[in-house]
Structure formats: C-alpha cells, structure tokens
Write a protein that binds this ligand. Structure first.
Ligand SMILES: Nc1ncnc2c1ncn2[C@@H]1O[C@H](COP(=O)(O)OP(=O)(O)OP(=O)(O)O)[C@@H](O)[C@H]1O
Ligand SMILES: [Mn+2]
Length: 489
C-alpha cells in the first residue's frame, strides 16, 4: 500500500469516515476561497492523499469481491488479520511481500505475479525430444513437475482447445473405466480427447434423494472444473472444452464396430447410442443427431509418461448408502492417520497433504464428492501436483454447500499460503470468484456454461472456506500451524 493511502487509512480509522469527509469538504472550500488562480479541480487532482482517500471511500461504499455478495464475520476477521500481518502489525508472524494484497490490484494481476514466481521444474522425459508440431505435442512438451500447463504459454492452450473443439473426428470408441458414459475421440491428426455427453440441461439440479454416486455427471461441470482450476492458479486440470458432436458423422460413421452396433434410431426419431457399464450407461441420444458434451484433452501416452493410477484418496467416500467412511465419523482422522502418522511419512512430510487440501477446496467450490483415487505423474516422484481430472460430479446444487467435501480442511486445519492468499484476495475484491470464472468461461463455444446461481454460490463458498480457516487459527491459537508457506503455488 502506498504511504498516502496508509495515512488516509490511519486517519480514517482514528476519527471515522464522516469526520474525515467533513474535514475534506472544509479543506476544499478553503483552497477554493484562498487561491482562485487555479481551479479547485486541478489542485485536488494533485493531491496523492486525496486520491488515496477517494479510492478507499469508493471501496468502502461498493466492495465488489465475494464479500460484497456474501460476507461472514469470521471471514472478515481473517481478512483483517491477513492484512495486519502483511503490514507488520502482528508480532512474530510475517507474510512474504509476494503475497501482500493491494486493495486496488485486480485478481488477475495478483495471480499473474504469483505464477511468474512459480518454480518450473523438469519436463516429462518421454516428450523432451518430441519433434511433433501439433498442439497436443506442444502441450505435452510443456507439462512440468509443478504444473500441467503454463499460463504464460497461453497460446498453446488456446490453440489446443480450438483444435479439440473443431478438428474433424476420425474415430470414436467407448472408453471403459469409471462409472460414466465416455467416448474416446481421435482427431484427424491422430491426437485424442475424452468426450462426456450432456446428461442434464443446465437448469436441472441433483435430486435431493440421490447419493453422489446415483447421479449422472455434468458435461458443464467438466468444462467449469477446468476453468475454475485455472482461475485459482492451480493449472492441474486437463484443458477441457465444449463441443457439439454429430451422431451420424462422428459416432455412427466413424465409430468402432462396437459403437456402430450399438447405435439406433429412437422412437422419437433421434439417433442414439447405448453401452453397458457399471452404473450409468443408459442411452445417449442426439437431438435429432446433434449432441453437446465436454472434451478433455487426453493426457500423454501412459507408457511414455506413466501416472500413478488407483492410489486411494485418504478422504475417499464409500459407495454405500448406509455406511460411513472412517473420516466421516472420526473428527481426529486427519491428526491420527495423516498428519501425525509415524508409519506413513507420505503425509507427514512433503506437499501431498496440502495438495489434497487444494483439491478439497476445488471440490468444495464445485460440490464434487467423487474423489476415490488420486493420480500424479510417477517420474516426478512425490514432489509433484495431483492431476485435477474428473470434475463431472460438480455443480449439481447451487443452494447447498458440500460440507463433507471440506472435511480435509476442517480436520487437518491446514492451508497452503498461496491458496489462502488467492482466496483472501477474491474475498476482498475488487473481483469475485464468480466474476472471474464467468469471464474465463465466455471463451467456451458452449457458453454460458454455468447459470448465475452457481456463480453466486462460489462467492458464498469462498467466505465459508475463510470462515473455516479462521476457526482453525482461533482453535489452535497459531497462524503458523495452519497457514503453511511451502513455496508451491
Ligand atoms: N483427460 C484425460 N486423459 C487421460 N486419461 C484420463 C483423462 N480423464 C480421465 N482419464 C482417465 O480415465 C479414468 C476415468 O475417467 P473419469 O474418472 O473421468 O471417468 P468416470 O466415469 O467419471 O469415473 P468415476 O466413475 O470414477 O467418476 C480416470 O481415472 C483417468 O485415469
Ligand atoms: Mn467421474
């Protein structure tokens, strides 16, 4: 914060807004009367103090962060504490300058500064000498130990998403694994994408009597999940885009023989396909032949760059209606099994637990309870990010908040400093999470992806995460045991 701004803030805090406004009016009148050789306007414009004061006044009257839509007393207290620590007003605790929040700085500027300091790390070995020039090749070559893609190589991702949403499809096959209907699409350049079809129109909520595993996924949640991961500065989700598939051309004509055999015209005259899977594989129909869905860029070939598949998530939910998982019934689960588990150093040291917490925050924002396993690129060992894919169970209910999704944060009472800084910034404004996500998603060909009430819910959820963190700090009476600066962002 600039020093005139600090002075303005200090005076305002001491004597109150009204008094300062009154004094300012008197000062303006005096300037006007005493010296009329220059206009009052010019004189006022010169004053740094005046400018700082007006900026603060504008923010006081119309905050636009998440807080403007949903404020929580405890989140406000955390915001104040955060800023006080940044200003050096709290003994023995400090926040590195990189994470200080300027009032007027917009979120994207703040995020970009943060990201520019992120470690790059080594790239995937299997692609180092790849000379292919497709957008997929360029993307694979940029995957590093610390991120799936680099935001400053934006053109790669933009070009890639354009290709995924427009390139001719030359083959479509059923994709096994998991419980939802999926197709593996191959494009005319041999590259691949994972297609998830629309199961619900945008306005349909998850039925209240459904468990999370009863529900279909939403293609819009896959697209929004990618954008949300991106605007939160994680860059750990495979680029995903909306696409309208032609059931005749892309599925019937270019389908594998298995797909062709399972394509039919419904009594309503629509071209449909069916497949048998574990849970949700009923019939997918075009209207009459067009079908919208999401396509995620397929990750690198697994033989070249293996991923640790099927590592059980410590907060995995149970596929049962009547039994609870251990973590659901034992609030000491994190302390006992993860944080202080001497038999399992995976969670007691390194970045893993904080990555699980980042993912829990992402899942709380979307309402996605569907985390059974986690995956990462094996060649980077434990010092690498978790891949944020499979976001399709999100955005089912805007009115409710998935508090069980937040269990890792509530129980472990930890958060990465960089993640906290982003959330506090979004809470403070001038931008809110709903707004930055809306802006990001306008680039998708199927925009609008989310209806407004889902965007508004995100602003509420930012406040709830901060409230949870504030409770942790109060409960443990220690900032530094809760807010961890491990240097990752
Ligand atoms: N973009 C991708 N590139 C490569 N592999 C992927 C991609 N997306 C998903 N996968 C792989 O396919 C598996 C199944 O995908 P996904 O989890 O999205 O399916 P699902 O049917 O929703 O599964 P579930 O029933 O567990 O929710 C993932 O665990 C992952 O290993
Ligand atoms: Mn899924």
């Amino acid at each position: 914060m600039t020093s005139p701004k600090l002075i303005a803030l200090w005076i305002t805090r001491r004597v109150g807004w009204k008094t300062v406004s009154g004094l300012l009016c008197v000062a303006v009148m005096t300037v006007f009367v005493v010296d009329n050789t220059q206009t009052v306007h010019q004189k006022i414009q010169r004053s740094a103090f005046f400018e700082a004061y007006m900026r603060l006044l504008a923010q006081q009257s119309s905050p636009k962060g998440c807080r403007a839509n949903h404020s929580f007393r405890e989140a406000d207290m955390l915001l104040q504490l955060y800023n006080n620590i940044s200003l050096g007003r709290v003994k023995r605790i400090s926040i590195p300058e990189l994470y200080h929040l300027g009032d007027a700085q917009n979120y994207t500027q703040f995020l970009n500064t943060l990201i520019s300091k992120r470690k790059r790390g080594p790239l995937l070995q299997g692609y180092l000498n790849n000379t292919g020039g497709s957008t997929w090749d360029r993307f694979y070559k940029s995957i590093s130990q610390y991120h799936l893609y680099h935001p400053y190589e934006n053109n790669v991702i933009n070009d890639l998403l354009k290709d995924v949403s427009t390139r001719p499809i030359v083959s479509s096959a059923f994709k096994g694994g998991g419980s939802q209907f999926k197709m593996l699409l191959t494009f005319d350049n041999g590259a691949r994408g994972l297609f998830k079809p629309m199961r619900y129109p945008r306005g349909v909520d998850t039925f209240l009597n459904y468990f999370y595993f009863d529900d279909f996924e939403r293609h819009t949640a896959e697209i929004a999940g990618y954008h949300l991961d991106k605007v939160l500065g994680f860059h750990r989700a495979p680029p995903t885009v909306g696409r309208v598939v032609n059931m005749t051309l892309d599925v019937l004509m270019h389908g594998t023989s298995e797909v062709k055999n399972k394509t039919y015209v419904s009594p309503d005259g629509n071209l449909c396909v069916h497949n048998h899977c574990r849970l949700h594989c009923d019939h997918i129909c075009g209207s009459p032949e067009l079908l919208e869905g999401s396509v995620s860029v397929f990750l690198p070939n697994e033989t070249l760059s293996p991923r640790s598949l099927n590592t059980r998530h410590p907060y995995s939910p149970i596929w049962r209606r009547t039994i609870k998982a251990e973590w659901e019934s034992d609030p000491t689960y994190c302390e006992r099994r993860l944080k202080n588990n001497k038999n399992n150093t995976e969670y007691t040291s390194g970045r893993l637990l904080l990555d699980i917490i980042d993912m829990a925050i992402l899942d709380f924002f979307t309402g996605n309870m569907d985390r059974h396993f986690y995956e990462r690129f094996t060649e980077f060992g434990a010092d690498t990010f978790l891949i944020h894919y499979d976001n399709g169970k999100g955005f089912g209910r805007a009115k409710d908040d998935c508090m069980t999704c937040l269990a890792p944060v509530q129980q472990c009472c930890m958060i990465r400093l960089s993640t906290l800084a982003k959330l506090v910034k979004l809470y403070q404004g001038p931008d809110s999470l709903g707004q930055v996500l809306r802006d990001s998603m306008t680039s998708d060909p199927l925009s609008p992806i989310l209806l407004d009430h889902h965007l508004d819910a995100l602003d509420r959820r930012v406040g709830i995460v901060l409230k949870t963190i504030h409770r942790c700090i109060k409960g443990k009476t220690s900032w530094s045991s809760v807010v961890i600066d491990d240097g990752y962002m």
